[in-house]
Design a protein around this ligand. Structure first.
Ligand code: IMP
Length: 192
């Protein structure tokens, strides 16, 4: 079974490929020849996730999974949230995003945060189903580790003494927001 994963993010693709069983072939946007940018203009993580899936389904008419992820920080009223990718002012600049977040939390003792992923699947008939994954943790004082991507160097999940950037991909997938959402998606595919 082939499913398009509507992302241009190689790290997300690698994590997702490690999660799905071998009879599901995840196609990247490159594999299907899509070269443009997918609009992310919705006001919510769920909205952007659905927008990405719909855009690619409408163009190709094949099963699509898309996801949108945000980091929600408690004392910042859920910011950066849906604006996580462009928080520091430049889309996809992880260092700038983390620098601004650490600056905004300077001196703050409550460093509670959570990653939220909404994965949206559109099947071959155009029917949409969404899956949510959340992992709670704390924002560290400094960047640590050298694995992962995005905000991984400053996010320490609850119950662990290391940040996501110090997890292996397999360890991260076991507990992460994306791992939880994709496991729900895989269970859904197996039971329908
Ligand atoms: P988007 O879902 O690609 O729009 O990602 C939003 C922002 O969250 C980007 O800055 C990503 O780098 C970041 N992000 C998404 N997933 C993760 C993750 O698993 N760990 C750390 N940062 C992430």
């Amino acid at each position: 079974m082939e499913i398009i994963f509507a992302t241009g993010n190689k790290n997300k693709m690698a994590e997702a490929k490690a999660l799905v069983p071998s009879h599901i072939r995840l196609l990247s946007l490159g594999d299907i020849g899509f070269k443009g940018d997918i609009e992310e203009s919705a006001e919510t993580i769920e909205g952007n996730s659905i927008l990405k899936a719909r855009t690619i389904y409408d163009l190709y008419g094949k099963p699509v999974i898309a996801e949108d992820t945000g980091l929600e920080v408690e004392v910042l009223n859920g910011e950066p949230g849906v604006r996580s990718a462009r928080y520091g002012g430049e889309h996809g600049n992880a260092d700038k995003n983390m620098e601004l977040l650490l600056e905004n939390l300077n001196g703050e003792l409550n460093r509670s945060a959570r990653f939220k992923t909404v994965a949206s699947f559109i099947d071959d008939k155009g029917i949409l189903t969404c899956f949510e994954g959340i992992v709670s943790g704390n924002i560290t004082l400094h960047k640590q580790g050298c694995g992962g991507f995005g905000y991984d160097p400053i996010f320490k999940p609850i119950g662990f003494d290391k940040v996501f950037a110090e997890f292996t991909e397999h360890e991260k997938n076991l507990i992460s927001h994306r791992g939880i959402a994709f496991k729900k998606f895989i269970r859904f595919l197996e039971t329908r």
